[in-house]
Design a protein around this ligand. Sequence first.
Ligand code: ISL
Length: 567
Amino acid sequence: MTDTPWWTSAVVYQVYPRSFMDSDGDGIGDLAGIRHRLDHLADLGVDVLWLSPVYASPQADNGYDISDYQAIDPTFGTLEQFDELLAEVHERGMKLVMDLVVNHTSDQHPWFQESRASRTSPKRDWYWWRPARAGLTAGAPGAEPTNWHSFFSGPTWELDEASGEYYLHLFDRTQPDLNWENPQVREAIYAMMRWWLDRGVDGFRMDVINMISKDVAPDGSLHDGPPLPGAPYGDGSASYLCGPRIHEFLQEMHREVFAGRPERLLTVGEMPGVTVEQARLFTDPARAEVDMVFQFEHVGLDFDGDKWHARPLRLTDLKASFGRWQAGLAEVGWNSLYWDNHDQPRAVSRFGDDSPEHRRDSATCLATLLHLHRGTPYVYQGEELGMANAPFATLADFRDVESLNHFAQAVAAGHDPEAVLAAIRPVSRDNARTPVQWDATEHAGFTTGTPWIAVNPDHREWNAAAQRTDPRSVLAHHRALIALRHASRTVQLGDFTMLLPGHEEVYAFTRSLDGETLLVVCNVSATAHSLADLLPAAVDAELVLGNLPDPDPLRLAAWEARVVRLP
Ligand code: ISL
């Protein structure tokens, strides 16, 4: 097994630049701020920094709307500062992976400006332009070329009055979808990617990359999807999730961009709706597509229909899902492991218990559960501190385009504004985007100015400075989990076996390699359980790592997690 890729033993840390660290007092995080805090990453022991978008952007979706792929947004700094950050990351023995957002651009990108200029523009075909539905006048209700519902509310089509045609945007209207059917589009993107690799970056996290191939008929038409219950639009996902040419495009990208380069690179494809079977194809090294994918099954288990209808997670559902992914990618392919990122509410509030009594233990319990699976763990900024959801009060506290669009559309459709707000609070992406809590001072050490989104008031107690020297902190526990992954080939590569699949509160599994077996047991509840009854083999086993001091050999306390070595 000497040819195991380096990332099988690595842990990735995601930085959302806007909210990480502000160096110039404008209230928005920046590249110089990230540099200033690199010690924090080194102290944690992570191997890779994934940087959410810092490219030139009108910031309609905080940088996921790019207007120039080869420039740094002045909000974040300069290209020179980027090079300095990259050099310093490398000096510390870490790697830097960029976000790659190429399903769509900003509507301010010169490509789109040129494309929209006229129906005969040479770049018209770089995006998805379509006339109104047959028999209807452009702009009339229901005249959109297809009935698809956008991820950010409303239809996926925006009418361009000047040319009388609609353009496709799966996300916000400021994020028009690129037409990957056009080879010139693909060539331009590959050239841009090579430019960043030549600059020294170590790979890409590819935004919604399984949406780049659309199911388009030979005559150019796109198809309606099944109606969505209670909505005026339909579900178009069958036409754009893992479309007909997706594997061809990723293989072409691999040939054009990655082939022949040293193996230090990392590619991870963000793929909403991807199944285990598809992921196995995407991550099979023999097919040369991507190294791993972000799947969404586990973050879809605690809502009904859409994210605005939350319900409690059933632990047995989580086990069934993770168990299938572990088994499905055991022989071929590779998993990525995450609870949190910039799009998800905070895990400790969502799957754990952020009350004062259980916050620390539930945060460390969830971390242990995740990090001991087979795959590459991703830590999202602040997760290592047990950062929790924010106490958003009114609509004015929110910033995210997804939350704001949803509020506007739901209220326009006649829903009670207070009820809509109540549904947004626990799930808004803004929960993940409050500034990192560095210390107990006024703006948590994030900025000397006014932060672009309010700092969580709990930073007085929950912050990096307080945790750095506390051996029982959430931070210390993450450090220990990362060190264990680095040290243990069983954690990196061991076979996974789920135990107690039907238990609603205790999550247990083994990892085995070359005669060593680690047993992981996590009490995902505030009720104590008898370990002696559930897993007698664990009682006298050697403790490798736990999240509580002085564990009782016979009994699992509330939110206790243990990793033991079976004899
Ligand atoms: O966040 C979501 C649900 O709340 C997802 O639907 C999310 O939009 C989806 O996972 C795609 O996310 C990625 O692309 C978006 C961007 O807004 C997200 O921040 C990014 O992670 C469009 O670029």
